[in-house]
Design a protein around this ligand. Sequence first.
Ligand code: FAD
Length: 411
Amino acid sequence: MSKTFDVVVVGAALNGLAAGLALGGQRTRRPLSVAIIDRRDPRQTLSGDTDARASAITAGSRRMFEALGVWEHVAPHMQAMSEIIVTDGRGPEARPVLLQFGETGAGQTPSAEMVENHHLLRGLLDAVETSPNITLAAGQGLATQSFAPGLAKLTLADGEQLSCSLVIAADGGKSPLRQAAGIELVGWSYEQMGIVASFDHELPHGGRTEEHFTPAGPFAVLPLPGDRSSIVWTKDTAEAKRLLGLSPRDFETELQNEVGSHLGKIALLGKPQGYPLSMYFAKEFHATRLALVGDAAHVIHPLAGLGLNLGLRDAAALAECVADAHALGQDIGGLAVLERYSTWRRFDTVATAAGMDGLNRLFSNDNSFLRILRGLGLRATNQMPGVKQMFAREAAGQTGSLPRLLRGEAV
Ligand SMILES: Cc1cc2nc3c(=O)[nH]c(=O)nc-3n(C[C@H](O)[C@H](O)[C@H](O)COP(=O)(O)OP(=O)(O)OC[C@H]3O[C@@H](n4cnc5c(N)ncnc54)[C@H](O)[C@@H]3O)c2cc1C
């Protein structure tokens, strides 16, 4: 059987669903017909057992979710990050605070909020399933694809054929579509893993986010709703594997030592998961009738929790380029649209990736000269409200050329 859509999105995880909604969702001004395909059924992965990660959602991404009709589904699961501290962490008892971002005033939108990925996925799926212009074809991998100047054709594993004007590759870091298009990557592996786990604790976190820069790498304690927190614990690969091989009880003991005593006694929830960490970006963000978004286009170190937010910016910028072309009666998968998208997104991505890489290198070592230098630098920054405000605006996703969706406006 053969079907025709305006756009086919390959990958029904967070960025693919967001891109599909931005183009064909219920709140889109002139919705296109969109198919979203994935070899896995995302509805089978709606628990923390499959993805234990939690994401920091910036104020810009929140406005995008509001504009897409996703926010109402996820708002009950959000935890405001009302205070952020950055420390030079040699151990739980020796963590001088280098940088502190203050409390959010009453009635103000916090600069970022934490949400567990499985709640976000469910919210996006709920919004997709109530959008009549979007077809979700889950459990079907992509078998072959061909990109002609006038039309893209995709064949699914069950033989079904899809034709469209534009294919969006939201198929993750290993992106088979990017590879098939021959787009090269620039980047490297950190030989580090991010261990992700969540835990209950006796004492309230008060919305406080902690980023401890230890010699082994950043250790983040991130607040979740209730007396729960999530961690991203960066370790070199061998040490991460040792920790992941421990019994839950022994892991909990080591985690308690790392967290310290200020949250009281902790109790591990679920099984810790390990993610190999790398940094790269695609040399091109497009090819004939193909646009890359999210991890298919770039992967950055998770130390500032910006990877997904960058992917959402891709989805928002691409949707705007496509919608503008559609409104003018132009080819929505044509070169002009794809070049506008690539130019818009590549600088922001490369600048953010380089910033995260520099911070990781500056902090992931115990060199005493660098320790003094970063202490002086960050303490000075802490005394400068203007510079802190700039950092806060960056972390809230409010800098650069913002797509309309990130300003809360529909496309
Ligand atoms: C430890 C850690 C913590 C993080 N914390 C944060 C944070 O706090 N904030 C933040 O903004 N970001 C964070 N990130 C980054 C963020 O999690 C990722 O950038 C984001 O989840 C990537 O989503 P994606 O949709 O692009 O790709 P993926 O989640 O990889 O999805 C790709 C999808 O494509 C499908 N697919 C692949 N190939 C095919 C095919 N051939 N046919 C059909 N389907 C296919 C897959 O099944 C999958 O569903 C973190 C990352 C890590 C590792």
